[in-house]
Design a protein around this ligand. Sequence first.
Ligand code: 13P
Length: 249
Amino acid sequence: MSTPRPLIAGNWKMNGLAASLGEVRALIGALEDRSPGCRVAICPPATLLERLACSATGSALEVGGQDCRAETTGAFTGDVSAEMLRDCGANLVILGHSERRAGYGESNSVVASKVEAALMAGLEPIVCVGESLTEREAGTALSVVTSQVRGSLPAVLAGRIFAVAYEPVWAIGTGLTPTIEQIEEMHRAIRETLTQMFGEAGRVPPILYGGSVKPSNASEILGACEVGGALVGGASLKAVDFLGIISAA
Ligand code: 13P
């Protein structure tokens, strides 16, 4: 089993209008010039997904959704299914982001059913886990995160292509980051959990780090043991910043 290339994924969250596609065109142009050694993805809001995917056709840029519903169709006003994301041109989807777990009460089992739906639709899930500041301070970060991994990753992932993203809630959008030792400790614990769950196949999925990744800290974070890429929020909105992170991979 070969190690996959690092994945640098941008999560635009609820940011971006048609004008933001200019940033995507700048990013695609720069990727053509540089041919980076990592995979690069942007996960825009659903309203931009199809236009962004059209711009990215034929380029190295991959496109993802930020969430999906577990059901395939039905009376779920405002929601989108995994198949709809795929239909718009996405090949990835972020699932279980802490903003969805906290804001929409998404439990591990809800996340696991969304992961199954994503696989059925042919999407590669990026499954997010991470502890709150209270949990970190209480010394329960490792147990909280490893139980999120166990609960959010269904058995059908065995041998499939997916990624886990470790995003400490207290590091998201705050400018704070864990120490490299804390990142490595958590990524090792996640890797061990993955191998307990999936055997040797658990060594393959990249474990991304997310939370205040910027051009200035990217190379140190991406160089840490068991860090297989980054999930980037704010610094993915401008091509120049995102490229600074991509160059560090
Ligand atoms: P920031 O990079 O803005 O801290 O956001 C991280 C994140 O939540 C990515 O999913």
